[in-house]
Design a protein around this ligand. Structure first.
Ligand code: DGL
Length: 286
């Protein structure tokens, strides 16, 4: 059975990259809800609904574990997803906060993420559950997502934006900054440069991949032979997808399929959205 990973779009491929590095034999099924992104500026109700539908899409395809790569979805919907599906569910908050606390000597931690992630207070809550004394400086940094998608990874504009967003962490004297968004690992070098090497940068996604490995090994669910295949399902295939996906994944994606959204009737009454696969069309197969 494959590992299931979902995100609001293609940013979650940064986590897939790490999982593939740590567990090269595992098959991965990725779902990116490109038709409905971004999640980071949506209401909690909508994020919850979308996240449950995304998780359901993976569960129906018999994944052995569900990884909620999207920080906005992890912040608002993780407990509901855990309650709804009888497979292990891993979000990004637990692994990221654990690593941040371990790295912080001053117990003063910065967190950046989308508006939805920061307004949820989820990172603060999980950090405080682990350490009551910890001081937290949280800031929404929404412009960073489009800058990454524009491939402005080292562009002067990105440096200016980062300087503006991140100066508070220098004045507040945090010693660790937690990257609470799928896209931010790609800006790691600019972020470190702007923070003048005074702040350790923790990538929550990378820590999540380690947690996935730990769970899979602990439960004896590891695949022991062959090279792992990656299958990518997207709810919309944009012309630029392949180019952007390569930036996130670090390699050319093998199989990309479209999972279109369809409205269906459930139990004869309630209308729910479901995903239907576009059977004939496969995109970008090498
Ligand atoms: N994947 C989202 C997150 O990590 C960022 C992109 C979006 O807003 O949908 O929060």
């Amino acid at each position: 059975m494959p590992i299931g990973v979902f995100d609001s779009g293609i940013g979650g491929l940064t986590i897939v990259k790490e999982i593939r590095r740590l567990l090269p034999k595992e098959d991965i099924l990725y779902f990116g809800d490109t038709a409905r992104l971004p999640y980071g500026s949506k209401s909690p109700e909508l994020i919850r609904r979308y996240a449950l539908e995304d998780a359901h899409f993976l569960y129906e395809r018999k994944v052995k574990i569900i990884v909620v790569a999207c920080h906005s979805a992890s912040s608002w919907a993780l407990s509901e997803i855990k309650r709804s599906f009888p497979v292990p569910v891993v979000g990004v908050l637990e692994p990221g906060t654990k690593a941040a606390l371990a790295a912080s000597k001053r117990k003063k931690i910065g967190v950046i993420g989308t508006k939805a992630t920061i307004s949820s207070g989820a990172y603060e809550r999980v950090l405080r559950e682990k350490d009551k004394e910890v001081e937290i400086v949280a800031k929404a940094t929404p412009l960073l997502v489009p800058l990454v998608e524009e491939d402005f990874l080292t562009h002067p504009v990105t440096k200016i934006v980062c300087r503006e967003y991140l100066k508070v962490f220098l004045t507040e004297g945090v010693d660790v900054l937690l990257l609470g968004c799928t896209h931010y690992p790609l800006l790691r070098s600019v972020i470190s440069e702007v923070l003048k090497g005074k702040v350790k940068v923790i990538d929550a996604g990378k820590e999540t991949a380690k947690e996935v490995k730990r769970i899979i090994e602990e439960r004896g669910m590891k695949k022991s032979s062959g090279r792992g295949k990656l299958k990518i399902y997207l709810s919309d295939i944009t012309p630029e997808f392949e180019k952007i996906a390569q930036v996130f994944l670090g390699e050319k994606p093998e199989v990309i399929l479209r999972a279109s959204l369809r409205e269906i009737t459930h139990n004869g009454k309630r209308k729910v959205l479901n995903f239907q696969l576009d059977k004939e069309k496969k995109y970008g197969i090498i």
